[in-house]
Design a protein around this ligand. Structure first.
Ligand code: C5P
Length: 222
C-alpha cells in the first residue's frame, strides 16, 4: 500500500446511517454501522490525504489524522458536506435515509383512540447528498456506493449515470456474510465504461485499502 498516493489531496467521506426524527423521542434510521466509511477514511489518511469524515450516529472511534464531523439527519449531512467543500475526491459511503417525516411533532405523539389501530406518517424526500455535490461546478472526483439486494450491477450502473459519478462500488446486502453491520465485505467497482473490477471477500479494512488504491489510481489518471 503506497503511503503517498493521495498526499496534498482533500478527501471527503460520508459514513453511517442518518437519523430522521418523528417526535422528540422517536426516529427512523437503518442498519448501517459506518464501518466501511470509517475504514475508507483510515485508508485515505494512510495514503497521505487530508480527510474529512462526515458521519451519522455511529459507535466507532475516529481514525488517526481524520477530521470527523458528527451529524444526525440527511439535511445536516448535506450542510456539513457543503461546508467542507471544496474537495478533490468524494466517497459517499453513508446510508442516507431517502425520506424523512414531513413534520417533526413538537411533543411526543400519543396513541389516538379516534384513529383506530393505525398511524399514518407523511414522509418527504431527502436531498441526495452525492448527486448534489457531484452536480456542482467544482465537482470532485465522485465515488458512490450501491447497496442492493437484487439486480446489483444493473442498478449500480444506472446510479452511476443518474448521479453523474466517476465510479460506483456495488455490494450485495442480501448476503448476510458481507455488507451492513458485518465485519467483512466483497464489492465490485464499476466505471463510466461499465468496466467491472472485483474485490473478493475480505475484512472491511483490507477492502478499504484496495478501494482507496484503486480510486486514487483512477483519480490520478483523470
Ligand atoms: O440511490 P441510493 O440511495 O441507492 O444511492 C446510494 C449512493 O448515494 C450512496 O453512495 C449514498 O451514500 C448516496 N446517497 C446520498 N444521499 C442520499 C441518498 C444516497 O449521498 N439522499
Amino acid at each position: 500500500f503506497e503511503r503517498d498516493l493521495l498526499t496534498g489531496r482533500h478527501v471527503l467521506i460520508t459514513a453511517g446511517p442518518t437519523q430522521e426524527n418523528i417526535d422528540p423521542v422517536r426516529y427512523i434510521t437503518n442498519h448501517s454501522s459506518g464501518k466501511m466509511g470509517f475504514a475508507l477514511a483510515e485508508a485515505a489518511a494512510e495514503a497521505g490525504a487530508r480527510v474529512t469524515l462526515v458521519c451519522g450516529p455511529v459507535h466507532l472511534p475516529t481514525p488517526d489524522r481524520v477530521h470527523r464531523i458528527d451529524v444526525v439527519s440527511a439535511r445536516d449531512m448535506l450542510a456539513a458536506c457543503e461546508a467542507a467543500m471544496p474537495c478533490d475526491l468524494l466517497i459517499a459511503a453513508a446510508a442516507v435515509a431517502d425520506y424523512r417525516p414531513e413534520v417533526v411533532a413538537p411533543h411526543k405523539l400519543k396513541k389516538d383512540p379516534a384513529s383506530g389501530d393505525g398511524l399514518l406518517l407523511q414522509m418527504v424526500r431527502n436531498p441526495d447528498i452525492l448527486a448534489t455535490l457531484a452536480g456542482r461546478a467544482d465537482r470532485p472526483f465522485s465515488v458512490g456506493f450501491a447497496a442492493e439486494t437484487e439486480n446489483l450491477l444493473d442498478y449500480a450502473a444506472r446510479k452511476l449515470r443518474d448521479k453523474n459519478l466517476d465510479l460506483i462500488v456495488a455490494n450485495d446486502v442480501a448476503n448476510p456474510s458481507i455488507g451492513f453491520n458485518s465485519e467483512e465485505n466483497a464489492v465490485s467497482v464499476i466505471d463510466r465504461n461499465q468496466q467491472e473490477t472485483r474485490f473478493g471477500q475480505a475484512s472491511k479494512g483490507h477492502i478499504a485499502r484496495q478501494l482507496v488504491a484503486f480510486i486514487a489510481d483512477r483519480f490520478n489518471q483523470a
